[in-house]
Ligand binder design. Structure first.
Ligand code: GDP
Length: 424
């Protein structure tokens, strides 16, 4: 069976932990979109790891980890990451890279940096991993598929074409050093040895795996609100973060995705700029940030402090709907144990009217949060294994959220570890 693990919000919902946990029963884990611009933090018996490119299943020796065709593949980052885990005694993971995955080139990262510099204060808050220039080139049809880099003639011809285009921008828009075709060719050739052994026709591999009834997990990056079509455009990422895209970014039939586990966080956080209606500031935010996640809410890639807010039922209902949620995994609930009262955003007031439908970005800018205040449970819920054993106010919080989002909360995560999970 194919299951997808995706985010309902702005990312950082704890997808890594849920995937790592579900990977115990899985045969194959596939990354289907995004690049090394976001991170998953995983805590397990080997220690604490921040993964950017590797799927969260790499810690088990029974799983195959796949980089799908939809991913923005940064080859040196992938190989450093493999080394960083094997250096810490994790057994060499079994990894396959789609022959159709495209490569993040060093010039993509430069363009990201140049564009941020050019935009100055109006920047998008990019992680400068080259993701937006990478996907732009993919759709402009000047990207390099992994399988192409073994053909000298092809890469030479294509490198010349890339330079013609890029150098106009470098010279006239950014006033930066120009690219040389031979350097691009050299870079591509240097990747041959690194990626060669892992290349595979992934859609054929997965078709066979599906036929044999293997357990396959599709692991999403970021969340619904960062989707380029359905998120808070333009403060979005450059590839679709929706489970539906899992079919495309892995190369499987859409109807094979039978379960969509949408990870939803018990409060809100976001990295980078963009609309965030239930955002909180000052001491209230600092306290939640300090206690949040596992050791504070700071970006796994950039170390930037995350923006904090109360649970947003409007955004989460929308986030779950667009994912096509079958199961909600409600995470980091333990973090809220210190609060006397917990506000939940249940509506947006826009031009004097209250709505529970998540609007387009222009309207979102005018939205003010409508809160309902719930009583806290004032205790530490870590270690609890049964839903009935949670404090009454904690269960009321979960059930209140479930009613407002309209999707079943089947799992409650009450700690960062693999076993900190309560099934309902
Ligand atoms: P992802 O990108 O969706 O995988 O999310 P991140 O890894 O960026 O952020 C989630 C953070 O919360 C990580 O530090 C996790 O270890 C941590 N985490 C996940 N689930 C829980 C939980 O239930 N409780 C606590 N306290 N931390 C959690």
């Amino acid at each position: 069976m194919v299951k997808a693990v995706v985010g309902a919000n702005w990312g950082d919902e704890g997808k890594g932990k849920i995937t790592d946990m579900l990977a115990k029963e899985a045969d194959i884990i596939v990354r289907f979109q995004g690049g090394a611009n976001a991170g998953h933090t995983i805590v397990n018996n080997y220690g604490k790891f921040a993964l950017h490119t590797l799927p969260s299943g790499v810690f088990y020796d029974h799983t195959t980890s796949i980089i799908g065709n939809g991913v923005a593949l940064n080859i040196p980052v992938l190989f450093q990451e493999i080394r960083s885990i094997t250096d810490r005694n994790v057994p060499e993971p079994k990894i396959l890279v789609s022959d159709r995955a495209q490569i993040v080139m060093s010039y993509h990262m430069l363009f990201d940096q140049y564009e941020e510099e050019r935009l100055g204060g109006k920047s998008f808050g990019s992680t400068k991993s080259g993701i937006a220039p990478f996907y732009s080139d993919k759709y402009a049809k000047i990207g390099f598929q992994v399988s192409e880099i073994f053909d000298d003639e092809l890469i030479e011809e294509k490198a010349a074409r890339v330079c013609e285009q890029k150098n106009v921008l470098l010279e006239h828009l950014y006033h930066k050093p120009l690219l040389k075709p031979e350097e691009i060719v050299k870079e591509l050739k240097s990747y041959r040895e690194m990626v060669g052994p892992y290349i595979c026709d992934i859609s054929a591999f997965l078709a066979k795996a599906i036929e044999k009834g293997k357990e396959i997990l599709l692991e999403g990056q970021l969340g619904t609100l960062k989707d380029p079509d359905h998120g808070i455009y333009p403060m979005v990422t450059s590839s679709s973060t929706l489970a539906a895209y899992g079919a495309i970014g892995a190369g499987i039939p859409p109807y094979e995705i039978k379960k969509i586990i949408t990870v939803c966080k018990a409060y809100s956080s976001a990295v980078g700029a963009g609309e965030f209606v239930s955002e909180i500031f000052g001491e209230e935010a600092d306290e939640l940030r300090k206690r949040g996640g596992d050791g504070g809410e700071f970006g796994a890639t950039t170390g930037r402090p995350r923006r904090m807010g109360w649970f947003d039922a409007v955004a989460s209902k929308y986030g779950c709907r667009l994912q096509g949620t079958t199961d909600v995994a409600f995470t980091v609930l333990d973090v809220l144990g210190y609060l006397d009262e917990i506000p939940v955003c249940i509506g947006y007031e826009i031009d004097g009217k209250v709505t529970t439908e998540f609007p387009t970005t222009a309207l979102l800018r005018k939205a003010k949060p409508v809160y309902e205040i719930l009583p806290g449970w004032k205790s530490d819920i870590r270690g609890i294994k049964k839903y009935e054993d949670l404090p009454e106010n904690c269960r009321k919080y979960v059930e209140f959220v479930e009613r407002h989002i309209g999707y079943p909360i089947k799992m409650v995560s009450n700690g960062p570890g693999r076993d900190d999970i309560i099934y309902r």
